[in-house]
Design a binder for this molecule. Structure first.
Ligand SMILES: CC(C)(COP(=O)(O)OP(=O)(O)OC[C@H]1O[C@@H](n2cnc3c(N)ncnc32)[C@H](O)[C@@H]1OP(=O)(O)O)[C@@H](O)C(=O)NCCC(=O)NCCS
Length: 167
């Protein structure tokens, strides 16, 4: 099922206060961003990887509330495809609606910029994220075996896609 603009408006009716801002990440955000990354993930991206994301042309955004970085996301684009590479909310603020709001923002951004398909991978054990993506219109389209490092070897990724309608 493709998502159209009308549905997006409905989806976006969750939390949204004027103090919430999505803005481009800068070098000055690397400290809070890597602090969140290290705290949240068992296998975090290094500060060097984060810095390279800013330099190599990936699209990096932060979710800010009252001038405090609460989360970030990073995606790449190729023609009419977008690939979400990382989304992370500060663990102190998870399950409060920020992640949903941030993905809704991304879907709107993708839609407005002519994206046809939005892809992402997620650990098969990450039930919170899978629940979120499925609720927002993503469908599982495959499995990438041994995609992630894990304590006892590797973990599979579920590949999700969200089809966006134009017009
Ligand atoms: C996954 C993540 C981005 C979701 O953001 P969030 O702000 O915590 O999620 P929200 O509060 O917006 O909740 C969205 C939905 O997920 C559910 N959810 C959130 N945390 C959950 C949890 N720990 N267990 C079960 N469900 C959860 C909420 O109930 C909500 O469902 P609903 O819309 O049916 O009410 C965030 O938890 C996170 O950063 N996790 C660690 C990093 C990560 O796993 N990133 C994704 C990599 S693919």
């Amino acid at each position: 099922m493709a998502i159209d603009k009308l549905n997006l408006d409905k989806l976006d009716s969750g939390r949204n206060t004027f103090a919430d801002t999505v803005r481009l990440m800068t070098q000055f955000d690397l400290q809070p961003v890597t602090a969140i990354e290290n705290e949240v993930y068992e296998f975090p991206w290094t500060p060097g990887i984060m810095s390279d994301c800013l330099k190599c042309g990936y699209h990096c955004y932060v979710y800010e509330v009252d001038c405090e970085v609460r989360g970030y996301l990073i995606f790449s684009t190729v023609l009419d495809e977008m690939h979400l590479l990382n989304i992370c909310i500060d663990s102190a603020y998870q399950n409060k609606g920020y992640g949903k709001q941030f993905i809704n923002w991304l879907i709107n951004f993708a839609h407005d910029n002519g994206t046809k398909t939005l892809y992402l991978e997620v650990r098969v054990s990450n039930h919170a994220a899978i629940h979120l993506y499925q609720n927002l219109g993503f469908n599982e389209i495959g499995i990438r075996p041994d995609y992630y490092p894990a304590k006892n070897g590797k973990e599979d990724a579920q590949l999700f896609a969200c089809e966006l309608a134009w017009g």
